[in-house]
Design a protein. Structure first.
Length: 70
């Protein structure tokens, strides 16, 4: 036989455990979402860097073509 206070403590312990599980799952999902956002941002930055490199190389090649000896 549990006393009223003992039963209250037991329920509180169960609520605390459920809250901890819920928050842990939420944190895992937030971390996964943050990783996905970071990966997309890195990919965009990489693509931007590649585009700038191609533009620079193209400009260099055009300059060489314009200034070639006749």
């Amino acid at each position: 036989n549990l006393s009223n206070q003992g039963l209250s403590f037991l329920w509180q312990e169960m609520r605390d455990a459920a809250k901890w599980e819920y928050e842990a799952a939420e944190n895992d999902e937030e971390r996964a979402a943050s990783l996905a956002v970071a990966a997309l941002q890195n990919e965009a930055a990489s693509d931007s860097g590649k585009a700038e490199l191609i533009k620079t190389i193209g400009g260099f090649a055009l300059d060489l073509w314009k200034n070639r000896p006749q």
